[in-house]
Design a protein. Structure first.
Ligand code: PNS
Length: 167
């Protein structure tokens, strides 16, 4: 489908960096399907459903949110894209260090599905240091998450670590 793109990731949890990329994408495409991967080898902090809920809450008041769909996916991303008839994958690239992994993944996906292309977007430069792992680490030690994640995600992280620590 033309004018649609898939924005895949773990989103464990959604960060302000993801949100910045998603906004850019939603202003560029008529439809952006955020696909939340639940088959990653990484152990997730939030369940797939929780991650979807956090994204939905974070974008609900944005004037571009009607162009965003959010779905879980397992298996190969290209199979999901083919099923949805979408041939653009979006990935955010923050720094040169991201590029090696992203380049390998994009070329693997292209080898598997030549009709599907990956488009890289850069977030605002102020957000380039933010990652899911940094956010989880700051949250685990009770740090201030204000500039890292949307407010609803910060609240969910606080609760998650209170529950995990039995507070
Ligand atoms: O947010 P992440 O963890 O960097 O996202 C990585 C993700 C989920 C996009 C990637 O691991 C993925 O596409 N996984 C599904 C399996 C697949 O299709 N891999 C691509 C071939 S390497």
């Amino acid at each position: 489908m033309k004018n649609s793109a898939i924005y895949p990731g773990s989103f464990d949890p959604l960060t302000n960096g993801h949100l910045d990329i998603l906004k850019r994408a939603a202003l560029m495409f008529e439809k952006v399907v955020v696909t939340v991967a639940v088959n990653n080898k990484k152990t997730a902090l939030f369940s797939g459903e929780e991650r979807i809920h956090l994204i939905r809450e974070a974008i609900k008041d944005k004037d571009w949110s009607s162009r965003v769909e959010i779905e879980l996916f397992t298996g190969l991303l290209i199979n999901f894209a083919r099923k949805r008839n979408i041939n653009i994958l979006l990935r955010g690239v923050r720094q040169i260090s991201d590029f090696e992994y992203e380049f390998r993944m994009a070329l693997t996906n292209r080898r598997l599905a030549p009709e599907i292309d990956t488009v890289f977007l850069m977030p605002d430069e102020q957000l380039t240091f933010i990652s899911g792992s940094i956010v989880r680490e700051v949250a685990a030690w009770g740090g201030d998450l204000t500039s890292f994640v949307p407010d609803n995600v910060a609240a969910a992280l606080r609760k998650k670590f209170e529950d995990l620590n039995g507070i």
